[in-house]
Every structure is written in structure tokens, then in C-alpha cells.
Design a protein around this ligand. Structure first.
Ligand code: PMP
Length: 293
């Protein structure tokens, strides 16, 4: 288990590259108390950040929504990442930029707060590291676009996910499905969800789910392969009747689900195998170079 506060190597912090061990934030930090930071997770394969520009755009949009200042251009962001990768990564890893407020307020009033950015980078593998995982179903509703800006990847939108993941683990599951407040399927605590039934792929719309960059890549892979992909509002009964279920996310990549509660799924599915094979191509080359489609 990694203690991230003990990471070696360099971090970009207060506009400088410093040792990770020196990147400290005060206990009276506004974002810590009011859960209003925005962040990204970018995978690095063979020392190259994947979908770096898409992550930059989402970070920029998240900051705008949460009214945080983010002044780096895409070029500056990329230059910083390249330097961090050079310092910290031998092959594969992860970049975590986070924008947060200073300690100039201990109330929701942010008039005197300044925004800061930190960008960390470390060697990392995939999230679950097993062929298939198990999911429970959370009792906590996922917020939707009407009541919370869930299109921003902000710390605030993870509150129900964090308690849901604790409870899922206590119940013996790896993770859980989150439903929105009208009981439509949303996503899991940190991944988008897809399922396959009679050779058609389904995934929830982004009314209450983050529009994952891996999700978008998988949708493009399906389109190129001319596999039908239906995006919409779905109930638990839809997924419980599926043949195969899988998750997508930067850290999870494409991850099979073997069981939801007591319902078991087929983990041998040629459409899933095609997606995985092509995602492996995308990881090191680009979406334009999908070999087998
Ligand atoms: N949903 C949530 C809640 C997440 O935290 C993530 C991980 N960023 C995803 C979906 C997947 O998004 P992406 O493919 O951009 O990593």
C-alpha cells in the first residue's frame, strides 16, 4: 500500500519543481475544509501521457465551473508533465494535477483565497489488477447535473462515492454501482460502466456520471468497429440481464465485472476482447491507429 505523502521524486508545486517530501499544505486549507478542489488522473504509457489534451481541457473546464483560477496553457501544462515524467517515471505511471484554494478563508466565502496547482507524478500499474471484479449496489444516490455540476471532476462530487466504496468493501465487494436519485444507473465510484447484451453495448448517459475520457475512447472504438452502442437511461434490471459487464477509467483501463451482487456474468466475450485489444493499441499509439478494426 502506497503512502502518497512519502513519494520520492519531484512534484510541481507553487510554480516550482520541488521534492515530493516538501510539498506541504496547511491544515486550515480552504479546499480541505470545503471540498472544492478539481483534479485529473492521466495515465502514462512508455513515458507518454495518454489523452493529455483531453485531460487538460476537462481540468480547465472543471476549474471554470468551480470558479478556481487555472492559468496554464495546454503547452505549459504539457511541458511541466514532460519534466515530471523525465524525473519520476521509468516506463508507466500516472499524473495527478490538482487545483485548490489557499487558507485565506474558513467559510464558504472565497473572496481572499488564491488558487494553486500541484502536479504529482509516480510509477503506477492498473487499479484492480485482476481479471474480473465484483460489484455491490450503493444505497447512496449519485448526484445529477440538475443539482450538482458533476461534469467537473471535483473533490465535492466524490463524497457519496467514498462512503459507498467503504461500505462495498465491508460487504466483500471490490466496488459498487451508484444509482442516481431516480434509481437510474450512473457509474461506479470511480469508473464508467458498460454492458453487452446480444452483441449490443450499453452505457448510461452522463446526466449523473462523469464523461470519462476512457469511456469516450471506448465509444469511438465501438463506432469504428460498427458495433451498436446505446447510450441512455437504464435501470438495474437492464444490467442484471446482461451477458458481460465492464468498467472504463484511466486507472482501471477496461475492466471486466464477474459479478454484481449475486448475478454472475460471462467474462469471455468477443466484443469485450476486441475493445481490450484496441484499447491496448490506443494506449501506446493513438486512436487513429486501431489495428484490428
Ligand atoms: N467516473 C468517475 C467518478 C471517475 O472518478 C473516473 C476516473 N476519472 C471515471 C468515471 C473515468 O474517467 P476517465 O476515463 O476520464 O478516467
Amino acid at each position: 500500500m502506497i503512502d502518497f505523502s512519502k513519494l520520492k521524486g519531484k512534484i510541481y508545486f507553487n510554480e516550482k519543481f520541488i521534492d515530493n517530501s516538501k510539498a506541504k499544505i496547511h491544515a486550515l486549507n480552504h479546499s480541505l475544509h470545503f471540498s472544492a478542489s478539481v483534479f485529473e488522473g492521466i495515465a502514462i504509457y512508455d513515458k507518454k501521457p495518454l489523452f493529455e489534451f483531453d485531460h487538460f481541457k476537462r481540468l480547465q473546464n472543471s476549474a471554470k465551473i468551480l470558479k478556481l483560477d487555472f492559468k496554464l496553457s495546454a503547452k505549459q501544462f504539457s511541458k511541466i508533465n514532460a519534466k515530471l515524467v523525465k524525473h519520476n517515471i521509468k516506463s508507466n505511471g500516472y499524473i495527478r494535477p490538482i487545483i485548490f484554494r489557499s487558507s485565506h478563508s474558513m467559510s464558504p466565502d472565497t473572496t481572499h483565497c488564491k488558487s494553486s496547482i500541484a502536479i504529482a507524478c509516480w510509477s503506477w500499474g492498473t487499479l484492480f489488477n485482476k481479471k474480473s471484479i465484483t460489484l455491490g449496489i450503493s444505497k447512496w444516490p449519485k448526484l445529477n447535473r440538475k443539482i450538482f455540476p458533476i461534469e467537473a471532476k471535483s473533490s465535492g462530487s466524490y463524497q457519496s462515492s467514498v462512503i459507498s466504496r467503504i461500505e462495498a468493501k465491508q460487504q466483500g465487494f471490490d466496488d459498487c454501482i451508484m444509482l442516481d436519485n431516480e434509481k437510474y444507473i450512473s457509474e461506479t465510484t470511480a469508473c464508467n460502466i458498460f454492458w453487452i447484451k446480444n452483441n449490443i453495448v450499453y452505457t448510461p448517459s452522463t446526466d449523473s456520471a462523469l464523461n470519462g475520457i476512457t469511456r469516450q475512447a471506448v465509444i469511438r472504438i465501438l463506432k469504428k468497429a460498427k458495433v451498436s452502442c446505446k447510450i441512455g437511461k437504464f435501470r438495474m434490471k437492464d444490467i442484471l440481464e446482461a451477458d458481460t459487464v465492464f468498467l472504463t477509467g484511466t486507472a482501471a483501463e477496461v475492466q471486466l465485472v464477474g459479478r454484481i451482487n449475486k448475478t454472475k456474468y460471462n467474462i469471455d466475450n468477443y466484443i469485450f476482447d476486441m475493445i481490450k485489444k484496441n484499447y491496448d493499441v490506443v494506449k501506446t499509439k493513438s486512436l487513429k491507429k486501431l489495428s484490428s478494426i
